[in-house]
Write a protein that binds this ligand. Structure first.
Ligand SMILES: C[S@@+](CC[C@H](N)C(=O)[O-])C[C@H]1O[C@@H](n2cnc3c(N)ncnc32)[C@H](O)[C@@H]1O
Length: 274
């Protein structure tokens, strides 16, 4: 694997700004995560991405009044949906100021005051110990170079007995040769710090003091997402200047190739704070 420049909160923010300028962070209907199909391939991508949010919510054992942290909240759609459907309070954090503004608008329009957002880095959270009953992280850990530090920080702010649900990409086995080049390309274009194997996910959680209760690879159920995203990115490229269109085309090609790779998995993990 070639050495990538370090991923930082600022580099993540800049990358999301570039994708947002091109319209790409709205390409899947506002959620910035994969969709989930459990049979009917005709389900539209925006509905399928909400289904993924609902799977995360199901795992959080929610009841009215619980306080949750959404780690890497994107445009705020998952936090607002979960807050509204389960009558819980969700605080979302992101390192993108533009996403923060979008999420606040989303909450004002649909959140009924139960979802709020702030700028914060997951490795240094501005919250007291045990402030939350639970936390979820949908495709955000992959941007963080020291995941153990972030997971330890989440453990600090979640009360004993609280749950953490993580949804994240995984590579089912280490990528070598041309596969490693594909993965390098993904890391570079999407400002990803790394894509873990299931064993690495398991190890990071354990190192940070979480007790894993379930890990399910739903990779085959989310696989159509990559093709949807690639098609949307190519559609956007048509209205961009030449340099931006080339970058968007490259992003689409990598997304599509990753989505076709048999070892491209996707894990849903539930862990409990002892
Ligand atoms: C792929 S997007 C997922 C957004 C959202 N969870 C969703 O599902 O729509 C990744 C998110 O992680 C956030 N993120 C990346 N690094 C972070 C960090 N160190 N601390 C907090 N958030 C971070 C990004 O700002 C972005 O909101």
């Amino acid at each position: 694997m070639t050495q990538q420049p370090a991923t930082t909160p600022d580099s993540v923010e800049q990358t999301y700004d570039v994708f947002a300028d091109a319209g790409a962070t709205d390409a899947l209907g506002g959620n910035i995560h994969v969709g989930y199909w459990d049979g009917d391939p005709g389900v539209p991508i925006a509905e399928a991405t909400d289904r993924l949010t609902d799977l995360v919510a199901q795992r959080l054992a929610l009841r009215p009044g619980l306080r949750l942290l959404d780690v890497g909240c994107g445009n705020g759609l998952p936090a607002v949906r979960i807050a509204g459907r389960h009558d819980v309070e969700v605080t979302g954090i992101t390192v993108s100021r533009r996403q923060l503004a979008t999420a606040e608008k989303e909450a004002a329009a649909h959140g009924a005051g139960r979802a709020s957002f702030r700028y914060a880095d997951a490795v240094d959270l501005p919250f007291e110990d045990g402030s939350f009953d639970g936390a979820f992280a949908i495709e955000s850990l992959l941007h963080i170079p020291d995941q153990t530090a972030a997971l330890a920080e989440l453990r600090r702010v979640v009360r004993p007995g609280g749950l953490l649900v993580v949804a994240d990409l995984c590579r089912r086995r280490p990528f070598t040769g041309a596969d490693a080049a594909l993965l390098d390309g993904m890391l570079g274009v999407y400002e990803i710090a790394g894509v873990n194997t299931p064993e690495e996910h398991r190890a990071r959680l354990a190192e940070a003091g979480w007790r894993l209760t379930d890990m399910t690879d739903i990779g085959e159920r989310v696989r159509p997402s990559y093709g949807h995203a690639a098609a949307a990115f190519r559609g956007l490229a048509a209205s961009l200047d030449a340099a931006a269109a080339e970058r968007m085309g490259e992003a689409a090609d990598l997304m599509e190739a990753f989505g076709r790779h048999p070892d491209a998995g996707y894990v849903l993990m539930t862990a409990r704070r002892p």
